[in-house]
Design a protein. Structure first.
Ligand code: ATP
Ligand code: MG
Length: 388
């Protein structure tokens, strides 16, 4: 009898026309992640479920953890695979009764029979499995209406599986089903969350980080790299671009009104991001902006920054408050890194009284004092790329 991992795919998407593409993409992403795990894994897909069978020497614990990061998978569970024979099924339930029910106090058994030629019907299989659990596990009771755990026996075409409750998978759409996006990734809490949320919708996310040496340090760059790695843990691949805006910031400081510093810099960031994305094939920009959070994120300020890029700007955190964003940051493991106290290029030059209700005319007039195109071109020349 083999210990296996079962992945359940999102049912709604499976009903659509893109079903086969969706399934193929999840499988490709699963294979890619399993390559990083010790051992061999064979995959078999049928009826919205992927069955992963590990070799005897495989690291199934790590494989299980990795499967929780595959977008498009709604639940992941460990179970056992055996021959399609009722005695073997009952033997599997007996041998693994404790693992199947966990430490739960109430259960029910549920059998699914996709092979209709199997000699026993589903209710009969359920009843037999239930008897075995009651014999093996002390103190557990049957509760058909509201069980804490459902022990499932699935009789498939080639084999039978038994498993307990699954845990929630990463959900969303499979990576690669919605194109590529470029995330403006700072070292803060919001932008990694924004990247994760868009990645969850099937977008392969690349990063763009603006630094400002010598005002920002290598430690800040390392912090951003480790944030990028967390997003890559979900999507499987990421290119992180780094571009220096030192000259731009110094020129703004020297020539422009203090209260417009942040907005002017934002517009440069958007222009540069737009160019990078067009050159390297990303179809949208992604930011961690949240409405009203700071002076540069009022509706008026967003109108001013939004006026420069030609690509759509996705802002998944726009309607979320800090508590909601922080909850996601903790869940995806970016929070602890995000709160490390390294300086960001925006915090190096912060206006004391930033303009909160800017107009486009005001900002455009201020930009007349700068060689916008020259500054952008020289910044583009500082571009470095890291494959995460
Ligand atoms: P975050 O927590 O993501 O840093 P924030 O609340 O600090 O966001 P801002 O500093 O105003 O907000 O930045 C708004 C958005 O602009 C960020 O979410 C990010 O997408 C982008 N951004 C800001 N600074 C940088 C940077 N140094 N490099 C790349 N993108 C940046
Ligand atoms: Mg920030």
């Amino acid at each position: 009898m083999k210990e296996i991992i079962l992945l359940k795919y999102g049912e709604l998407v499976l009903k659509g026309l893109n079903r086969s593409t969706f399934v193929a993409l999840v499988e490709k992403n699963v294979r890619k992640k399993l390559k990083e795990v010790d051992g061999e894994f064979s995959l078999e897909y049928s009826q919205s479920t992927m069955c992963i069978t590990p070799s005897d020497d495989a690291d199934i614990d790590t494989a299980f953890e990795k499967m929780l990061t595959v977008f498009g998978v709604v639940s992941v569970c460990r179970g056992y695979k055996c021959e399609k024979d009722i005695n073997q099924v009952l033997e599997a339930v007996r041998e693994h009764a404790y693992e199947l029910v966990g430490n739960k106090k109430t259960f029910k058994c549920n059998a699914k029979r996709s092979d209709k030629k199997f000699p026993l019907k589903s209710p009969e299989i359920s009843a037999l499995c239930g008897e075995v659990i009651l014999e093996e596990v002390g103190g557990i009771k049957v509760d058909v209406n509201n069980p804490e755990v459902i022990v499932t026996a699935e009789i498939r075409d080639t084999a039978a599986y038994v498993h307990g409750n699954g845990v929630r998978g990463a959900g969303g759409m499979p990576t690669g089903s919605s194109g590529r996006g470029l995330l403006l990734l700072s070292g803060g809490i919001d932008s990694p969350v924004a990247g994760y949320m868009i990645a969850k919708r099937g977008v392969t996310v690349d990063g763009l980080y603006f630094d400002s040496p010598p005002y920002t340090s290598d430690l800040a760059m390392e912090k951003v790299t480790s944030l990028a790695r967390r997003i890559k843990d979900y999507t499987g691949s990421m290119f992180l671009n780094a571009i220096s805006v030192t000259e731009i910031q110094e020129e703004i400081m020297k020539n422009c009104e203090d209260r417009m510093l942040t907005l002017l810099l934002r517009r440069f960031m958007m222009r540069i991001a737009d160019r990078v994305a067009k050159e390297f094939g990303q179809q949208a920009l992604i930011t961690g902006e949240s409405l009203g959070q700071v002076a540069s994120q009022t509706l008026e300020a967003l109108t001013v920054t939004n006026a420069v890029p030609t690509l759509p700007v996705l802002r998944p955190c726009i309607g979320m408050d800090k508590v909601e964003i922080t909850d996601i940051a903790r869940k995806i493991g970016t929070f602890e890194t995000s709160i490390l106290p390294y300086e960001d290029c925006c915090t190096v030059f912060t206006p004391t009284h930033p303009l909160t209700r800017p107009t486009l005319e005001q900002i455009e007039a201020e930009e007349q004092k700068l060689d916008v195109e020259g500054l952008i071109q020289r910044a583009m020349e500082t571009r470095r790329v890291i494959k995460i």
